[in-house]
Structures are given as structure tokens and as C-alpha cells.
Design a protein around this ligand. Sequence first.
Ligand SMILES: Cc1cc2nc3c(=O)[nH]c(=O)nc-3n(C[C@H](O)[C@H](O)[C@H](O)COP(=O)(O)OP(=O)(O)OC[C@H]3O[C@@H](n4cnc5c(N)ncnc54)[C@H](O)[C@@H]3O)c2cc1C
Ligand code: FES
Length: 283
Amino acid sequence: MVDHTNTDILRSVQIEKVIVETPSIRTIIFEDKHSVASMPGQFLMVWIPQVEELPMSVGIKSLGSHKFGAVTVRKYGPGSTALYYKQGGERIGIRGPYGNYFSIPKNLRNALIIGGGTGLVPLVRLFGDLLHNHVNTTLIMGSRTRNEVLFEHKAQKILTDNNRNGNIAFSTDDGTYGFKGSTVDLAESILLSKRFEMLYTCGPELMMKGVQKLGERFSIPVEASLERYMKCAIGICGSCCINDRLVCQDGTIFDSNRLRQLTEFGVSYRDKSGRLSYYIPQS
Ligand SMILES: Cc1cc2nc3c(=O)[nH]c(=O)nc-3n(C[C@H](O)[C@H](O)[C@H](O)COP(=O)(O)OP(=O)(O)OC[C@H]3O[C@@H](n4cnc5c(N)ncnc54)[C@H](O)[C@@H]3O)c2cc1C
Ligand code: FES
């Protein structure tokens, strides 16, 4: 039977379960067939009643033999903190999934994924899809410190389930787990010893800008998932613009060719009111 659901209309869903991932990150699980049908890189608009509506990467979680939709939220400002403290049985609103998704080119033989913080939500899904497609994949998982490492067990299980046809490398800012330093520095050292055909990235914008530069230097195509302030997610309000593109409609995934045209990428962003702010350049 054809499904005529308009996924732009808010769906009220009951929270099935909440999983504590790290001291500041939780995964909220709910029944939603549209989330289950989503692709890595797509996002939902999540309405936290009486608080706010926020864009969140959409995940899939298996509980027993049943698949559920999921969002993984870092406790930060008022909206994300309210979502973080939601309990099983409470209701939230969702619409979407929205946006394009990471591509897996035909005949891709190997890939390097570089992710930080909740940017790992779509990337760990992508890791599974790449390995499933027999793409030898190295996943770099970056976090501030050891107890903030996100999805380590999930990623290890994906690796084991796929005959270990890949690698996982960790980096922490304080050196308490894996490489001490940034994911970009770790990626650079890996790229100096092995040739990759594709780089995928999601996380803080200056990290992704660093990955874009690595892509240019080593002549490797890049796909990056961009974040901008989002209100409507359906191309009306313009709050998510970067240069003349709308991240909610034209992205969130941009490839090397399109990134090159985005002169605001890694340079500036707009706040809730549309006012332009600038990133502090990193040396
Ligand atoms: C496509 C996309 C996917 C995202 N996926 C995740 C995810 O999986 N997990 C996660 O924890 N966070 C995710 N975020 C970030 C999330 O939407 C919020 O920005 C973040 O949770 C902070 O919101 P807040 O209201 O708690 O903080 P506030 O203190 O209100 O805002 C802090 C900063 O968050 C950003 N922000 C706030 N509201 C929005 C909004 N509506 N749209 C975009 N940015 C906003 C602004 O830069 C703001 O300066 C995603 C953002 C985008 C655009
Ligand atoms: S969020 Fe409104 S146009 Fe993209």
C-alpha cells in the first residue's frame, strides 16, 4: 500500500527508552517507521513541548528484533538539556527525515571517516553501511576526554559483525584515550602512510574545514555534513543559509566541489536573528 504520510507534519511519538551514552549524552528511542527508513546524514526536527524545536541527526536503534527511531543528544543549552532529561513514556514531536545523505560511490574500495562528538551519530551508521558494502573503512572517533567517547561499543560491534574489514582510531583533546590531539592531526598522520579514496566528516565546523584542507592536499574527495541554525527545515525561512545555499534543502551533505564554492564554510555563521558571526581562525 502506498504511504501518503506527509512527513513535514509533526508526529507525536512516545519515548520507548532512554540510553545514557556518556555523562553528557543520551539516546532517546521512539517508534517511527520514517526514521527507521532514513539514511545516514539525514536529520529530524525534534519538538520539545513548551521549549523549542531542534534539528537532530536521525539514528536507528534495534531493541530485540524491532527497529526504532533514535536521536542522540548532548546536554548543552535550554533545548538540548530539556530533551536530554526526557524519560521513557513522555512524548516529543518529530518531523522529517530531512536533507540528503552520504553517498557511497560504486567501486569505492576504502574510506576514512573523521568525526567528533555528536557528529559521530550519522558517521557510525555510515561506518556500518560502508563495511556492509565491502569498503575497507577507518573510523576516527574524536572526543574531549575518555569518558566522553561516544558509541565505542557500537562501532566495535559493527566492526566484528563485518569481519573486521576496517579499523577504529580514537583521539582525545587531553590524551586520556588514543591519540592526544585533534581528529584532523590524527587523520593527517594516517593519510601520510595510507592512500584513501574518500573522506567523510561530521562534527565541529573548524574540524570539518581541516578535513576539507586535507582532501585538497591529498587530492581525495570529501563529503561533509554542515550545521546551520534551522527553523523551518523546509526551505522557507532562510535561516540556514551558507552563501547562496540552504543547508536544510541543498545539504546537509556537501561534497568537495560544492564546499569549494562555500566561502563562508569554516569562516562565518549566522545566529537565531540572522546576525553574522565569525569563527576564530585556528593556526
Ligand atoms: C542538521 C543538524 C543535526 C544536528 N544533530 C545533532 C545531534 O545529533 N545531537 C545533538 O546533540 N545536536 C545536534 N545538532 C545541534 C542541535 O540542533 C542544537 O544546536 C544543540 O543541541 C544546541 O541547542 P540548544 O537549544 O540546547 O542550545 P542553545 O544554547 O539555545 O544554542 C547553542 C547553539 O546551538 C545552535 N542552535 C540552537 N538552536 C539551533 C537550531 N534550531 N538549529 C541549528 N543550530 C541551533 C546555535 O549555534 C546556538 O548558538 C544538530 C544540528 C543540525 C543543524
Ligand atoms: S531552516 Fe528554514 S530554509 Fe532552511
